[in-house]
Design a protein around this ligand. Sequence first.
Ligand SMILES: Cc1cc2nc3c(=O)[nH]c(=O)nc-3n(C[C@H](O)[C@H](O)[C@H](O)COP(=O)(O)OP(=O)(O)OC[C@H]3O[C@@H](n4cnc5c(N)ncnc54)[C@H](O)[C@@H]3O)c2cc1C
Ligand code: SF4
Length: 308
Amino acid sequence: MSYYFKPATITEALSLASDYSNNYVYFGGGTDLQIYRKQKLIKDEAIIDLSGLTDTYRIQADGNALRLGAFVTLDDITSAPEIQKLFPLLAEAAASVATPVIRKTATIGGNLLVNNRCTFYNQSKEWRDAVGSCMREVGATCLVTGGKDKCFSRNVSDTAPALITLNATVTVQTQKGEDEIPLKEIYAPDGIKYHQHMDDAILTAIRVPEKPVDWWFKKLRLRKTLDFTSLTVAAAIDTAGMARVCLNGVSMSPILIEKPIADLTLEGLTRSARKNCKTVDNDLMPLKYRREMINVYLNEWWQTVKDK
Ligand SMILES: Cc1cc2nc3c(=O)[nH]c(=O)nc-3n(C[C@H](O)[C@H](O)[C@H](O)COP(=O)(O)OP(=O)(O)OC[C@H]3O[C@@H](n4cnc5c(N)ncnc54)[C@H](O)[C@@H]3O)c2cc1C
Ligand code: SF4
């Protein structure tokens, strides 16, 4: 059994988090977490539902910049005219998440902080008991790699690579106050502790500094709806000519390659992506195919850039 709280202010939410120390979980829309609760993957004593913090629900476009409240739903993002006009990359990434019904409840903050996944972990309790739990739960080693003492669960957020290529920052609130950090810095290459700077922090807003001059987005998955990503690639070029290409679903954290477009080559980009992605066989699609698709997607993006 868990205690349920719906604080009306951030101060109240942080105070509850402090009362329950490491035994609480924040709920945004709850679309990811409810499955974790049903599968008994989380058993925290307290659920702190953040949906009462309504003052942070906003989409504000200011010139070519954008500020989003963390509790804006993915559905609101896909349908907002200012986002469709200035940041179609973000609208497309949000529209690729889950299903239309889920997107009406799922928040952008929850999507950026969605839990890492693995086919050996995101299973029913009965399945896990039958196979034997891995080190992310109660076991000693990683099942997918045949006994390594490291977890390779995948970051599966689709909006994270889009917003990282747009050079976004996030505002977080902790007991110590408010801080703004580059989005790319909240991800750690660790399948168990995959977020950093986020201990007890509440994500309240996302800021995108400027409209890109060019963008691209593609998501690989079994079906065109419902399925989590097997590989997501987002790319954007900013007004200073900096190219940012970000891959997700193929490593413990989003993998960013950042270079002036004038210095970038397809060979260099592919080499860097393949070297930095710690891809293992923990998705519905086979490892070899996903690795190959990294080359295919990067090549596809490169052709669009070359043709311009
Ligand atoms: C069938 C199905 C398909 C799905 N497909 C996809 C998919 O294709 N791509 C994808 O990315 N996701 C997918 N999801 C997962 C999930 O629905 C989305 O990631 C969603 O955007 C999560 O948002 P939420 O608000 O519901 O987050 P929640 O479930 O409420 O929370 C997710 C995580 O973020 C934390 N959190 C939430 N908000 C905050 C905040 N403001 N501050 C601090 N911590 C916070 C929570 O503690 C939790 O760890 C799918 C889920 C289902 C059930
Ligand atoms: S990558 Fe290994 S340790 Fe991590 S969740 Fe999967 S099986 Fe468990």
